[in-house]
Design a protein around this ligand. Structure first.
Ligand SMILES: Cc1cc2nc3c(=O)[nH]c(=O)nc-3n(C[C@H](O)[C@H](O)[C@H](O)COP(=O)(O)OP(=O)(O)OC[C@H]3O[C@@H](n4cnc5c(N)ncnc54)[C@H](O)[C@@H]3O)c2cc1C
Length: 350
């Protein structure tokens, strides 16, 4: 399994080498893997969730690259604990749930998106009403990763016209059918909830600015797997009397893929490093957007080249390349679609 730390050592410390070795050993473990709950439990037992919400972003990135290279579902189990856990750490409101999330004993999800409020988060209609010391939430969240197996959901809802963050225990969910994902709706019908933060919009942004650049390294893990697999194929498959790898046009594509992989890793790691060295309450929306956008688009191009170079074998439903392409595609949509991130980047200059 390729190292992310060795070739980009300027971004890392010896602690990252250790984190990478532990993640690689976990990623290549034997035995059945099960659903999200089993995987979260296994991640917790291996210590990979110990610093949910408080670790540095480069460690998240290193772990995601290793997990995604082998099994995208492990990466999903891992990062959604962070998405749900960071608001708990930052608000300080639910230490017991956070401790269970770190131990791998609780699955936590992050509920922002609604059917009519996707990229336009401010349009959300889920609302909160006070009920004694607590609140009741009414609305519908959809495309919520890991929701079908979640014990707790961080839910964003309007309170007095402003977005606030709440905790919902044992959320009522309905599964949705998105390839390679455990995903679903969270149904809120005067559902009891506890307030995490009244400035929920800022909390959501801080969570996304932290996680967005790591999406780029998950994409790198998937694309690097596709690249390695494609190189093997090009060396072993002969057409026109010689291996495909000997064709100059194929070599040009190999160079293009290598350029995209290096560009993806460098840009996303720069964004991760920037988040790590920036004071916690200062925004990094610009660099996080650049890291995610550049890496996920570059890795999308790599996997498209892999499909092309496999010929018909690249579009067989159950082939590895087809699976990797399908797993990588949503990364350009969730946590800020490419087009929306372009708006964030342009705003910085206008
Ligand atoms: C696999 C997967 C996992 C997800 N997990 C979660 C989760 O855990 N929690 C959660 O809350 N949400 C989650 N989401 C939801 C995700 O964040 C949204 O799908 C995403 O924000 C886009 O919203 P939408 O699907 O409603 O698309 P829309 O907002 O309808 O946008 C569709 C497309 O229109 C374009 N577009 C939109 N706005 C603009 C603009 N201003 N300028 C230019 N172009 C624009 C973009 O190309 C965009 O892709 C997940 C989604 C997927 C697919």
């Amino acid at each position: 399994m390729p190292s992310l730390v060795d070739p980009y050592a300027c971004f890392f410390t010896p602690a990252h080498t250790t984190a990478e070795q532990v993640a690689a050993a976990f990623a290549t473990r034997g035995g059945p893997r099960g659903g999200i709950r089993d995987r979260v439990r296994a991640l917790g037992a291996a210590g990979l969730l110990d610093d949910v919400g408080r670790g540095d972003v480069r460690t998240l990135a290193v772990r995601r690259a290793q997990l995604a290279y082998v099994d995208a579902m492990d990466d999903l189990a891992f990062i959604v604990q962070e998405l749900g856990g960071f608001p708990l750490e930052k608000s300080g409101a639910e230490p017991a749930i956070l401790a269970r999330a770190r131990a791998g004993d609780s699955v936590v999800c992050f509920g922002m998106t609604e059917p009519d409020a996707g990229s336009d988060v401010a349009a959300m209609t889920t609302f909160a009403e006070p009920d004694g010391h607590q609140f009741r939430l009414t609305g519908l969240k959809h495309y919520i990763s890991n929701a079908p197996e979640a014990d707790h959901a961080v839910v964003f809802a309007k309170l007095d016209q402003k977005i606030a963050a709440f905790m919902v225990d044992s959320p009522v969910t309905e599964p949705q059918d998105v390839s390679g994902h455990s995903i679903g709706r969270v149904v809120l019908d005067a559902t009891p909830a506890r307030l995490l933060a009244s400035r929920g919009g800022a909390l959501a942004l801080a969570t996304l600015e932290r996680c967005r650049p790591t999406v780029g390294l998950a994409a790198w893990g998937l694309a690097r797997h596709g690249f390695d697999h494609t190189l093997d194929r090009l060396k072993s498959r002969s057409q026109f009397g010689k291996p495909l790898a000997a064709q100059p046009v194929v070599q040009s594509r190999i160079a293009d893929m290598a350029l995209d992989l290096e560009q993806a890793a460098l840009t996303a790691l720069w964004a991760c490093w920037t988040r790590d060295v920036t004071p916690v309450d200062q925004r990094t929306g610009y660099t996080s957007a650049i890291g995610k956008l550049t890496a996920t688009e570059a890795c999308g191009r790599v996997l498209d080249q892999c499909v092309q170079l496999h010929g018909g074998a690249g579009v067989e439903e159950a082939s590895l390349i087809q699976t990797l392409w399908r797993e990588a595609r949503p990364l350009r949509i969730y946590e800020g679609a490419t087009d929306v991130l372009k708006t964030v980047i342009a705003e910085r200059w206008l």
